[in-house]
Design a protein around this ligand. Sequence first.
Ligand code: BGC
Length: 476
Amino acid sequence: MKFPEGFKWGTAISAFQTEMGTSDESVSSNSDWYVWVHDEGNIKDGLVSGDLPEKGDGFWDLYRLDIKNASMMGNNSFRLSVDWARIFPETTESVYVDVDYEGDKIADVSLPERSLKEMLSICNQKAIEHYRDIFKFIKDSGLSVLLTIYHWPLPLWLHDPIACYKSKGECDRAGWLDEKTIIEFGKYAHFVSWVFSKYVDVWETINEPDVIATQGYLFGVVSGFPPGISDINKTIQVERNLALAHNVAYKSIKRINRNSEVGVGTAPQYFEPADDSPESKKLVRYISYLNNEWFLNAVNFGIFDNDIDMLFDERMEKIAPPDYIGIDYYQRLKIRHTNVPGLPYLYNMELLPCEDCSDFKWDIFPAGMREVCKEIFDRYHRPIYILENGVADAEGKKRQRFLVEHLKQLEMVISEDGIPVKGYYHWSLIDNYEWAKGFSMRFGLYRVDYKTKERHPTEAVELYRRICTGEYADVD
Ligand code: BGC
């Protein structure tokens, strides 16, 4: 396999999924996700697994070991996130901020110098220092840093997931339903880029806004994502707020350093009709629009479709298109339209069982990654990073083939389709806390023994090393 000079090879992790597990300091308990997965009612109802994140990897203390393993794997980059609730366990609402609007939409949020200093005085300074140590260690180990500012958990002072679940979103601390969260996110993003800009090579504003909106607000009961709601209007409201939040964060990072590379990561998947009926084809087109296009149209073109009829209702001039689009590709979804009377259009769908199944029962389909890259590049003409791609595979029987097959597709995306893909980050370096599913899903190249916290390489580690160092083609 041949990849371009300077291609970024890495793995990805996120804060909530890996940090906790070794010491009291490693635990971050002031977030909506933390409360959500501890809630007795949610555990009893089977919304969440009952596994607890504070029994996890302990990356907070063991980061040296993990980074060393990444480096020995021939990686030259590492993707991780910082935890908003850890950095600001207490509210930042009283800090003065300048907010710029376009019509009713928040177009920019910026902190004057005195407010940045105030943010510094109320943040968890030990956490900032610790994150700096982690970044320094990554850089000293010869890897660049790709930092995700926001990978899902919200501070509790912004979101009460239990009250929102019980009231179906009519709650006081309403998280992404409330545009106040855009302003607070803007402050947080400006602050984080101010304190960390020296260490970060590439920025990702938000991980998978599309997943936050759909899994929390459309399929909330099935996914077990907070706040467990099924309401299409709220889904759109959240996705719209997240698009504005990305825009605001993008501008803040550029304000600190206008040469920085800033993008957003989405999770476009490969959707396929399960039969030839016009209804199934129409439904697939619609779902693909919702999942793969709605958000990216907003942040790239400034066009908002507020009632998801595939027609644009509003334009925003003050949108700054991302420097790159991050793609998290996992699976094919084969969909059939069903005719269940009384069900809203979107729920009238049947998902076919996987053919080549991961432990998650996701359908492994490497060719879909090429299709998705083509689709996204043809529409938006932005460079691409694959920010996530991986497989839940506890026995480790599928990961090697998964890696090789997906990377063969990626090589064709670059060499045959001429698409500028700048890097590949495998999900994940280590097994970790898989949200509502807890520890049952194992995505790690390194297997983690959660009792002893030991890391054991799977067979895919040596394979990935050979790929990253360019040795693979010679041997196989
Ligand atoms: C998320 C990760 C998650 C992975 C596997 C992605 O949607 O960004 O946090 O662990 O998928 O489900």
